[in-house]
Design a binder for this molecule. Structure first.
Ligand code: HEM
Length: 192
């Protein structure tokens, strides 16, 4: 229960842990992917990190979808109009979809290229697409295009949170914070 009206209700602890853990992993994946294709020297080394991290994102996003179905998010802040609420909900669904599809295209791409899929060395996974060079090229382009889309959706999401938190000062960021910030009423008590 949220007794203090100045303190926004928060997402469930599991949602907050998954949110920040996956945010770090996905940003790392975007940078690793770009560095990988830009550097011939470090390509193989970076790929040995990119693949296992990508599979970890895939497992976590499945857990996260289950977690989202179990825990209803807190209500939107009153500063959000109905249209903005609909856009925010749609962008969250888009992010979930991209987090699921992006690692799957990576897996399918390597399958179509005929590469072994052993992200952790000991774990040999089956291919999920037929060995086909044309399909490989198509999936390779899709992996890049989806990464751009993921980056754009993530940037828009971050800008909206920063705008609400800093310009509208409605404490949107606190909804997802790992620990509680001092509430406005605590501050008032200290000043009085
Ligand atoms: C959230 C998960 C993932 C993200 C955000 C991501 C992102 C990226 C990005 C940004 C690139 C560079 C694209 C370019 O500049 O053209 C890339 C390349 C690549 N990714 Fe991923 N990726 C993910 C998961 C995976 C997975 C699970 C696999 C394999 C099972 C994979 C395999 C690859 C490979 C092999 C390349 C390099 C392709 C080449 O050699 O040209 N990725 N990834």
């Amino acid at each position: 229960m949220n007794a203090d009206p100045t303190t926004p209700a928060r997402f469930a602890l599991t949602s907050r842990l998954l949110h920040w853990g996956m945010a770090v992993m996905v940003i790392a994946q975007l940078f690793l992917g770009v560095a990988m294709v830009a550097s011939l020297d470090a390509y193989h080394l970076l790929r040995t990190v990119h693949m296992p991290l990508g599979f970890a994102v895939l497992v976590l996003v499945v857990i996260r979808i289950g977690n989202r179905l179990r825990h209803t998010p807190p209500p939107f802040p009153v500063t959000m109009r109905p249209l903005e609420r609909r856009v925010a909900t749609a962008s969250e669904y888009l992010l979930y979809a991209l987090l699921l599809i992006q690692p799957l295209t990576g897996w399918a791409m390597l399958s179509a290229g005929g590469y072994p899929i052993a992200p952790y060395g000991w774990l040999h996974l089956p291919g999920i697409a037929p060995h086909d060079p044309v399909l490989y090229a198509l999936l390779r382009q899709s992996h890049t295009a989806l990464a751009y889309l993921l980056f754009a959706a993530f940037t828009a999401h971050m800008c909206a949170v920063v705008f609400h938190t800093l310009a509208l000062r409605d404490r949107t960021l606190d909804r997802m914070a790992l620990w509680r910030r001092r509430s406005e009423s605590d501050n008032r008590i200290r000043v009085e």
